[in-house]
Design a protein. Structure first.
Length: 451
């Protein structure tokens, strides 16, 4: 990557030439990750691009990213791509903004406090144990599918005290369809197609949303019938009252938050774990060290929240895996008013893109950036600029589930890795595809070996 200084560069930055009406959108669509890489390599830390009718700025320097997400966060709102999700997530936390967002965020925060999350740890470890107990030595499975099913069951149980196992297939298929649909449209010309056009994809996604709605509304109705406080997020949402007028959330508002947490809360962690298994299989020395540390810390018993301090190496493995394959591979914002970043003027409605995928592999911050080396996290964090590593974003819109996700990933990794070694079935090509999350396509086929 070019090493031009980030801040203070008042000279007009250069970027790739755009063509016709679409500007750089075609190159962006064809290979989004490659486009981000090329722009950084050829033009430096701040790169102007044109995405159809909109002007955009790619920024790669941690200080400039911090400026957008923290210092100037009030000058920006959600990007048009994120707002596409409104059709699915309504006014849920991920897409809402302003006072409404702030009220909801404050309301939901208690469900994610460290102590509360610690109570979820038991459920996480138990689900991982149960899943691994059904696995057999020598079996071949798609590890991404397995991780999705596992994290989905965990988010349903921890946040909504719901068991989705009866309808797991239906919920699974429906969430797969909606994630695929919206993933394909993020940053793509497809989003220009009106959604009322009854294309097969539009019909399919409408049905899938309806199916998910049925499950979520039933969960809400059940809970309204027996409204005792179960200490989970659903109880918090249903009991919360507005401080000014005492009003409660409507079913629709509760539905939007439930849908948001259900979808934001499982595919991301599943993707992080899938890439972790993939990397471990390619680095037997890391896998062996992980197995040793688990044997020492757990001695074969299931992991618990109290073991987390002793599972430091497992956490370093997850941290390093999210560096190379950040599930949220980039963060986008749209300016609401004229502002500036790293000394460069930004007009209202301009888009700012912060490609986590590239920043996490920048040789200025990470030695041998393409190498999977969990050991670098033993003390690396102390020397890094704050936004050289930001898998959970930052500033006021930082991921609300970051502690939840990290704990979940470490407990699942520990529970499974102490029983099994996972090796890659030879002859497959797995590529990171930037949908809503950075999915391994077409999945990862792995063979189980009992340790
Ligand atoms: C490894 C797993 C995860 C990763 C990498 C991840 C990543 C992110 C990132 C980067 C953002 C900020 C997006 C932006 O600024 O535009 C975000 C926001 C969010 N995440 Fe996560 N996330 C993960 C797990 C979770 C979990 C487990 C939950 C819930 C249980 C969750 C719920 C949310 C919500 C609701 C937001 C929106 C917060 C707001 O705008 O106030 N995430 N996540």
């Amino acid at each position: 990557m070019a090493s031009s200084p980030a801040a203070g560069g008042a000279a007009s930055p250069r970027g790739p030439r755009g063509r016709g009406l679409f500007g750089n959108l075609r190159d962006f669509n064809r290979d989004q990750l490659g486009f981000y890489d090329r722009c950084a390599r050829e033009y430096g830390d701040v790169v102007p691009v044109r995405l159809g009718p909109r002007r955009g700025l790619l920024i790669y320097h941690p200080d400039a990213i911090e400026e957008v997400l923290v210092a100037r966060n009030r000058d920006f709102t959600r990007s048009p791509g994120t707002l596409l999700l409104r059709r699915l997530l309504g006014d849920g936390l991920f897409v809402s903004d302003g006072d409404f967002w702030l009220r909801q965020r404050r309301l939901m925060q208690p469900a994610f406090h460290r102590q509360r999350v610690a109570a979820y740890g038991e459920i996480m470890a138990a689900h991982a144990e149960r899943r691994a107990a059904g696995w057999h030595d020598g079996a071949v499975l798609d590890v991404h599918e397995e991780m999705i099913a596992l994290t989905r069951a965990i988010v349903a149980k921890t946040l909504f005290d719901a068991d989705v196992s009866d309808e797991a297939r239906a919920v699974g298929d429906a969430s797969q369809i909606v994630m695929q649909y919206f993933g394909e449209r993020l940053g793509s010309l497809l989003q220009l197609l009106p959604r009322w056009v009854p294309t097969p994809a539009n019909v399919r996604v409408r049905r899938a949303i309806r199916r998910l709605d049925t499950v979520v509304y039933r969960m809400i109705a059940d809970r309204r019938r027996s409204p005792e406080d179960r200490g989970d997020l659903l109880s918090i949402l249903l009991q919360a009252q507005d401080a000014d007028d005492g009003s409660r959330m409507t079913d629709r508002q509760v539905r939007d938050e439930v849908m948001t947490l259900f979808l934001a809360g499982h595919e991301t962690t599943a993707v992080a774990l899938s890439w972790t298994w993939y990397l471990l299989a390619q680095h037997p020395e890391v896998d062996a060290r992980l197995a040793d540390t688990l044997r020492l810390a757990l001695g074969g018993r299931p992991p618990a929240v109290t073991d987390l301090p002793a599972l430091r190496y497992a956490e370093m493995v997850v941290t390093e895996s999210m560096r190379l394959y950040p599930p949220a591979y980039g963060i986008a914002r749209q300016a609401t008013r004229p502002t500036e970043v790293a000394g460069h003027p930004i007009a209202a409605h301009d888009i700012v893109l912060m490609p986590t995928w590239v920043v996490h592999r920048d040789a200025r911050w990470f030695d041998e950036p393409e190498t999977f080396r969990p050991e670098r996290w033993a003390d690396a964090a102390r020397h890094l600029p704050r936004f050289a590593y930001f898998p959970f974003g930052g500033g006021p819109r930082q991921c609300i589930g970051n502690t939840f996700a990290t704990m979940e990933a470490v407990l699942i990794l520990a529970a499974i890795a102490q029983r099994f070694r996972l090796t890659l079935v030879p002859g497959q090509r797995v590529v990171p595809v930037p949908y809503i999350t950075l999915r391994p396509e077409p999945g990862i086929r792995m063979r189980l070996e009992r340790r």
